[in-house]
Design a protein around this ligand. Structure first.
Ligand code: URP
Ligand code: ZN
Length: 461
């Protein structure tokens, strides 16, 4: 296939030109490539050609108490493709008493034959036992080169500082990095208890988790990572202070990366004051913050203080799942849908916030690829790379709405939001899965990605 006349977003510049794709891989790039006999031609005039999105943080088919997230791999990956994301890195978890291998096998079962996009797994480690090093080693050997820990939820899947240090040191030995959900468990439990009298109010949720609950945990995770000699990736940073803590750790030479999400960039905590129970649509942890925090997060993306924008896609239906917390904000299932909208949001609002197109491509594709061991084949447009490509119309204003989405959930937090950039055509390893806004994918062709170990030189770029 020859893709002609596009504005191709490269790592450091945008060029106009053509791309040739053969056997699922980009083989040639340049101006005025000649059409070979029998070659299919795709016209990309007036379109950006962006690297297929890599969403490094999703929860699909994830149990949460007695319920399960609304999107499984089939719907979630179709939604990803519809939104220009060609790879997801999903958080696999163990049920109580399971080994990491059992948890991983379970997540493979959920995904295999169902995923329309390529996928890899991070593995959550929720305890340190005698057997944990061997289980982590087996996971890393199977291509799971990142582990997840929670500093929150200590009574459930969270780990204390002792376990975090041990897990980090083991990860460093294995060439893996450790992703950390940073909220101080003791503080948020105490503050939640203190809000008993307001338990019927959604607006108590952000009050139970002020900025310092996140920032303290980010600083501590960074310090523990420094002592353990481990590469650290802080997930879903929502605050100015959290981003500053990552920046301080990077400035002292530490290998640490920070992720934020579209909702922290584009929505603020006023959503929790919406009438009735409407604010529950925006309940995730950490919560939405202030415009000042949003400003700081955009600034950190522009100046390299944060490296990725992933979604933390974790969809619960409003009608029958979010309502479990109608009487008590602490019981509202945490999480929101957004895998489908990340790329259009970033390619619309990123330029308005002073980000260049290569910077947007970096935070949505290249940086997740290089941090998570996929930089040998994914995340950029260059000969030899998988032909995971997104043709975006930069000037096709439309409104996001649940009525038009693939996500199997009855709302979107971005309802009514205007976006200009429109994902039109999506290729995964050279196969057209969406063309001119119409999904053409029929059978799930997503492949499991065995990821490479973490390389220290990754920090430098
Ligand atoms: O509220 C959230 N973020 N739900 C998803 C699970 C997690 O903590 O990342
Ligand atoms: Zn998450």
């Amino acid at each position: 296939m020859l893709i002609r006349n596009g504005n191709i977003i490269l790592k450091s510049k945008v060029i106009s030109g053509d791309l040739r794709v053969k056997h699922g891989v980009i083989v040639e790039m340049g101006p005025d490539l000649l059409k070979a006999p029998g070659e299919e031609v795709l016209d990309a005039a007036g379109r950006y050609i962006a690297p297929g999105g890599i969403d490094a943080h999703t929860h699909l088919d994830m149990p949460c108490g007695d319920i399960t997230t609304a999107d499984g791999f089939r719907c979630g990956s179709l939604a990803a493709i519809a939104g220009g994301t060609t790879t997801v890195l999903e958080y696999a978890e163990c049920a109580e008493g399971e080994t990491l291998q059992q948890g991983l096998a379970n997540w493979h079962r959920k995904a295999v034959g169902k995923s329309f996009c390529d996928y890899g797994f991070h593995m959550t480690v929720s305890a340190w036992t005698e057997d944990t090093p061997a289980q982590m080693a087996a996971a890393a050997a199977a291509g799971v080169t990142s582990f997840k820990t929670y500093t929150a939820y200590q009574k459930d899947i969270g780990v204390d500082d002792y376990a975090l240090f041990r897990i980090m040191r083991e990860a460093a030995r294995l060439g893996a990095l450790v992703c950390v959900h940073c909220e101080n468990d003791g503080l948020l439990r105490a503050l939640s208890e203190d809000l008993e009298a307001r338990k019927g109010e959604v607006s108590a949720h952000p009050d139970s988790r002020p900025n310092l609950v996140e920032a303290e945990a980010v600083s501590r995770a960074a310090d523990i990572g420094m002592l353990a000699g481990s590469a650290v990736y802080i997930v879903h940073i929502s605050t100015k202070e959290g981003a500053e803590a990552v920046r301080r750790a990077r400035d002292r030479g530490q290998t640490i990366f920070g992720e934020t999400c579209p909702h922290y960039l584009l929505l603020d905590r006023s959503r929790y004051d919406l009438p009735g129970f409407e604010g529950a649509k925006y309940v995730m942890s950490p919560p939405l913050r202030t415009p000042e925090d949003q400003h700081a997060l955009w600034e950190a993306l522009r100046n390299g203080g944060l490296q990725t924008v992933s979604t933390d896609h974790c969809a619960f239906r409003f009608a029958d799942q979010k309502t479990l917390g109608r009487e008590d904000f602490r019981k509202i299932p945490n999480g929101i849908p957004s895998v489908e909208h990340r790329m259009e949001l970033l390619y619309t609002y990123g330029p308005a916030q002073g980000m260049t197109l290569p910077q947007i491509a970096a935070v949505t594709a290249w940086n997740p690829a290089r941090i998570f061991g996929l930089s040998h084949r994914k995340g950029q447009i260059a000969p030899g790379y998988d032909a995971d490509l997104v043709l975006l119309d930069p000037d096709a204003p439309h409104v996001l709405s649940a009525a038009a989405q693939m996500q199997a959930v009855d709302y979107t937090p971005y309802e009514g939001m205007q976006v200009r950039a429109k994902v039109e055509t999506v290729l995964l390893r050279g196969q057209v899965l969406m063309e001119n806004g119409r999904l053409t994918a029929e059978t799930p062709m997503g492949q499991y990605l065995i990821r490479e170990p973490f390389h220290q030189e990754t920090r430098e770029e």
